[in-house]
Design a protein around this ligand. Structure first.
Ligand SMILES: [Fe+2]
Length: 274
């Protein structure tokens, strides 16, 4: 795991509204070249820059209503945030356990506090696919996986609240195979729910045949993913745009003093307008 290099960041001095159109083009160029784009505002956090770019570059926003994270505040129909940052979020493609995952993810850092950790993680699914052991890739190429999630928020369950979604763990990015999915998130949900109760709905994953995943397969995936993952140490005003079909994302646990520290990231799911 390594920190994102400054050369991969787009810096913005905040020279006024006239520059925003130019900034929009630069952001798209970074996004297309890297599969993500991080814009760092150097003259203070200005949320209107985020509002401008996210509106201009999104054809439509997608709701998170089918997601498994319960600990989420909705700021508007399109923007939400996880309320607590003191638990980790395993790497995942957003909503890949549903039939239509969104193409793009927006993040805006409103506040970061003075705590430790809380970095967002990004992992290139194309690189992971090529680095996975050949035998494992073959199995993922040949066999779909099946997610099973409970859509009810509380303990009341009925058959209609449990949904299954079967798909490949390998997606296509620009014609190239990419290992982008919610496998690790789903595999670890049970443990997460025990350790951090009340934050997540039930979510499980198996091979489509019904067979459970071997621990050794999960370990092999994690071994490959670790060195390919970059971390983003947020600064207030940072804007991140991620191609959800190429990069998986996650979060390190943030440890702060809750009376003074506040890590607040707005997120939105969208389809591109470019
Ligand atoms: Fe996510």
């Amino acid at each position: 795991m390594s920190e994102l290099k400054p050369s991969n960041i787009l810096y913005y001095g905040g020279d006024g509204p006239a520059d925003l159109a130019c900034l929009q083009n630069k952001l798209v160029a970074h996004y297309k070249a890297q599969g993500y784009a991080l814009l760092r505002q150097q003259s203070g956090a200005d949320k209107s820059v985020y509002d401008y770019l996210s509106q201009k570059l999104s054809a439509r926003f997608v709701s998170y209503k089918n997601g498994v994270h319960l600990d989420r505040s909705q700021y508007s129909s399109t923007q939400s945030t996880l309320n607590r940052a003191d638990y980790p979020v395993p790497l995942h493609g957003e909503l890949f356990y549903t039939p239509s995952p969104p193409r793009m993810l927006w993040f805006y850092c409103e506040a970061y506090g003075e705590g430790v950790g809380g970095e967002t993680l990004l992992t290139d699914g194309v690189a992971v696919y090529h680095a996975l052991p050949g035998e494992l890739v073959k199995r993922f190429d040949q066999q779909p996986i099946c997610y099973r999630r409970d859509t009810s928020a509380g303990s009341i369950k009925d058959d209609e609240s449990v949904l299954e979604h079967t798909c490949s763990a390998v997606t296509s990015y620009d014609g190239e195979p990419a290992f982008v999915n919610s496998l690790l998130l789903a595999y670890e949900t049970e443990v997460m729910r025990r350790k951090y109760p009340g934050f997540m709905r039930e979510l499980g994953v198996r091979w489509a045949s019904g067979r459970k995943f071997e621990r050794s397969d999960i370990r092999a995936i994690k071994r490959v993913i670790e060195p390919l993952t970059v971390t983003i140490a947020w600064q207030p005003g940072d804007i991140l745009l991620v191609d959800n079909y190429r990069f998986m994302h996650g979060r390190n646990r943030y440890l702060g003093n809750e009376s003074t520290d506040q890590r607040r990231l707005l997120t939105a799911l969208a389809e591109p307008a470019f």
